[in-house]
Design a protein around this ligand. Structure first.
Ligand SMILES: Cc1cc2nc3c(=O)[nH]c(=O)nc-3n(C[C@H](O)[C@H](O)[C@H](O)COP(=O)(O)O)c2cc1C
Length: 194
């Protein structure tokens, strides 16, 4: 039973283009990024900034724990849950630093709130009391009324997938998955139980 003979594409990107919002859609999907912390799994929610034929992009603070973990082991898993469409996408892959022009473009497209957050998302700021946090936020915004340039700590990563598993839910029959695994001849495509 080969999914391709059942109408599934040979290339997972065709499915991704159908499943995910386009990169210029300001409403970004969220995903879980799982990393390894000295062999122990760790995970957090991130925005999927963009995707293309190379893989999936996310952006974060270069001083964050996830970046320390990726420097030690770039193996990751991503999980996107799209409940309204009854879909789930799980990805295994390797993360690498994204090209600078990609990160610059994504930063420009971020909301003013997220651009400011990229500057003020520090452990020192986290330790202030609420009144000081609000005052500092407001004075930073007032001092940068013309816009926030990109902070040097803002970094992008590209996850190049080695395996993509598409889960299809259904109201009227069993769920099932279609899996794409890199192989010497291209993508090996198979069905898996839901
Ligand atoms: C809905 C949602 C979206 C988030 N998006 C991002 C993001 O795109 N980039 C980011 O660095 N953190 C994002 N965060 C915060 C992360 O979940 C996490 O707390 C932070 O990146 C620190 O993670 P780390 O200590 O594992 O490195 C988001 C959190 C939520 C709840």
């Amino acid at each position: 039973m080969n999914p391709v003979e059942h109408g599934f594409p040979e290339d997972p990107w065709e499915l991704l283009r159908d499943w995910l919002p386009s990169n210029d859609d300001p409403v970004r999907p969220t995903m879980t990024l799982a990393t390894l912390d000295h062999g122990i799994p760790d995970a957090r929610t991130l925005l999927l900034s963009e995707f293309d034929a190379h893989g999936f992009y996310f952006h974060t603070d270069s001083r964050s724990r996830k970046i320390e973990q990726l420097a030690a082991d770039p193996s990751v898993a991503l999980m996107l849950h799209l409940p309204e469409q009854r879909r789930q996408l799980t990805v295994q892959g390797i993360a690498e630093v994204a090209p600078d022009e990609e990160s610059a473009r994504v930063y420009r497209a971020r909301s003013p709130y997220l651009q400011q957050l990229a500057w003020q998302n520090t452990v020192e700021f986290a330790g202030l009391d609420d009144a000081d946090r609000e005052a500092s936020w407001a004075s930073f915004a007032a001092a940068h009324a013309d816009g926030f340039g990109r902070p040097p700590t803002w970094i992008g990563y590209l996850v190049r997938p080695s395996r993509l598993t598409f889960w299809f839910g259904s109201e009227s029959t069993a769920s099932r998955r279609v899996e794409y695994q890199t192989s010497p001849g291209g993508w090996a495509v198979s069905f898996r139980a839901g």
